[in-house]
Design a protein around this ligand. Structure first.
Ligand code: 6AU
Length: 480
């Protein structure tokens, strides 16, 4: 974008907004409930078609210059709708309309227009104070399966909206800031120094933070420690806390044929792992005394025990299995195949007071597995419905992105991508965290069958943790 002509155009727009009374100075009552000495009323622009056209042109030039990849756009009702429509016509990007209330008859749709699941939608808005209106629109778009990453706005009042949006995973880009508008008006003799000072003081003293959690914070951009306070399931809370404390997101899968081998490995790598995952029925000489021994090892090395039992039965059976197995395991994996009542059984099971929970299989790492997209979607819905007992999902793709209280368990990880000869597929540690959205990463044979399990565990732990740190850093810079 030719910056010079962009700046000239912005200057022209500010002066015109002032002249037509779209930018007013006085004492105004704002939507967020505080009085302001400055007010942008861009609704009036519908009476000035050339101005609207110019704004639409600037919005689209700006979107192109920052490489927006959205394939559909949506204006925040109502003021931004005419400009969004012009941007749609100019760019060829189809538009969506968000209803403020669902239709009383026919479909109950809130979002009108054609789109596919996972499609990225660009939001267009006129003026931002707290960012609340963008969040309301984004919430409905996201609920319908769209992805919202960017909002282009015409004026930023610089009162905290950008921060509120960034915290919820939306990058806000503004054509114009209030400070910039003030400077232009001052330079052109439209405002005096006193008025400009007064407005600047007001803005600095009136930062608004949206108190409604309209869009929950992003799972992938928050630290494990921050997220532990947001977990509804006690085991998820404990795991997130321990990940932060140990600085590890490694779950080691100890699929070994005998107990002595498990003990040997735990003593080598237990301190590197946050969770030790067992298949107790893989161990040929497993006996009840192993349960106590494992509990002692967990205390000595400070890890959590997850029995990968993959329960998948009617509620009554699951209830009994859950009660028995949690006498020694902190958590269990389970399938959602039997639906909500099997999770209700987990909720109603009588267990001791230690933190317990289940990881529900939403996706599998094995080639040719039979899980379909609707099954995965339904499973994520069940997880949300049973957030008190579900610690997280077993998944291969970033699921529950706006639900930071859940832990995504991602298996199928090795130092190199590939697979075994029985359908298992592997990605690298960094891909598991960055591309797959995993929080707690399951690594088995890559460690247990390596020549030096301790050394390999250390290396994988380090790769996993630095990928996580990169993920958090991306979240922090995402607002720029
Ligand atoms: O690293 P590996 O291939 O030696 O072991 C992976 C471990 C095994 C599997 O039973 C388990 O992860 N697993 C799961 C889980 C944890 O539920 C799901 C899945 O999709 N793939 C997978 O390998 O113990």
């Amino acid at each position: 974008m030719a910056m010079e002509s962009f700046e000239d155009d912005i200057k022209g727009i500010v002066l015109q907004l002032f002249d037509i009374g779209a930018l007013k100075f006085g004492n105004f009552k704002m939507k967020v409930g505080i009085n302001s000495p400055v007010y942008f009323d861009l609704r009036i622009m519908v009476s000035y078609p050339p101005l609207m056209e110019k704004l639409a042109d600037l919005v689209w030039r700006y979107a192109q210059s920052i490489g927006i990849e959205a394939t559909v756009l949506c204006g925040v009702p109502y003021t931004a709708l005419p400009v969004a429509t012009l941007v749609s016509v100019k760019s060829g990007l189809p538009m969506l309309i968000r209803r403020k209330e669902p239709k009383a008859y026919g479909t109950m749709k809130l979002i009108e227009g054609k789109f596919s699941q996972g499609e990225e939608c660009l939001i267009i808005e006129d003026v931002v104070t707290s960012g609340g209106s963008i969040l309301e629109t984004a919430k409905d778009l996201v609920n319908d399966g769209l992805v919202v990453q960017h909002a282009i706005i015409m004026v930023d009042r610089e009162q905290g909206g950008k921060r509120n949006l960034t915290d919820r995973g939306i990058r806000m880009h503004s054509l114009l800031s209030l400070s910039k508008a003030l400077s232009i008006l001052l330079e052109n003799g439209k405002l005096d120094q006193k008025k400009v000072g007064e407005v600047r003081e007001y803005i600095a003293a009136n930062q608004v933070f949206s108190n409604e959690d309209l869009i929950p914070k992003r799972r992938l951009w928050l630290s494990y420690s921050e997220r532990s306070a947001l977990a509804k399931n006690p085991l998820a809370c404990r795991i997130l806390q321990l990940m932060g404390e140990k600085k590890s997101n490694l779950c080691v899968a100890l699929d070994v044929p005998n107990w002595s081998e498990l003990v040997r490995l735990v003593n080598l790598i237990g301190s590197d792992a946050v969770v030790v995952k067992t298949h107790y029925d893989y161990i040929k000489d497993w006996k009840p005394s192993c349960q106590d021994e494992l509990t002692k090892l967990a205390a000595a090395h400070n890890f959590i025990v997850l029995e990968d039992r993959k329960l998948g039965d009617i509620g009554n059976t699951i209830m009994g299995q859950f009660e028995t197995l949690t006498s020694w395991a902190d958590g269990l994996t389970m399938h959602s195949i039997c639906g909500g009542d099997s999770l209700k059984a987990v909720r109603e099971a009588k267990v001791d007071s230690r933190p317990h929970g289940v990881f529900v299989v939403a996706e599998l790492s094995s080639q040719g597995n039979l899980i379909s997209a609707p099954y995965t979607k339904k499973t994520t819905e069940l997880a949300k419905e049973f957030e008190d007992v579900v610690a997280g999902l077993v998944a291969q793709n970033p699921l529950l992105e706006n639900e930071p209280g859940f832990v995504q368990l991602t298996p199928g990880v090795s130092l190199k991508a590939g697979g075994d000869n029985l359908g298992q597929k592997y990605v690298t540690p960094s891909d598991a965290v960055l591309a797959r959205g995993g929080d707690l990463i399951v690594v088995g044979r890559a460690i247990t069958r390596s020549i030096n399990p301790k050394e390999t565990a250390r290396q994988i732990r380090q790769e996993l943790w630095s990928a996580y740190e990169r993920r958090i850093a991306e979240g922090q810079t995402s607002g720029s």
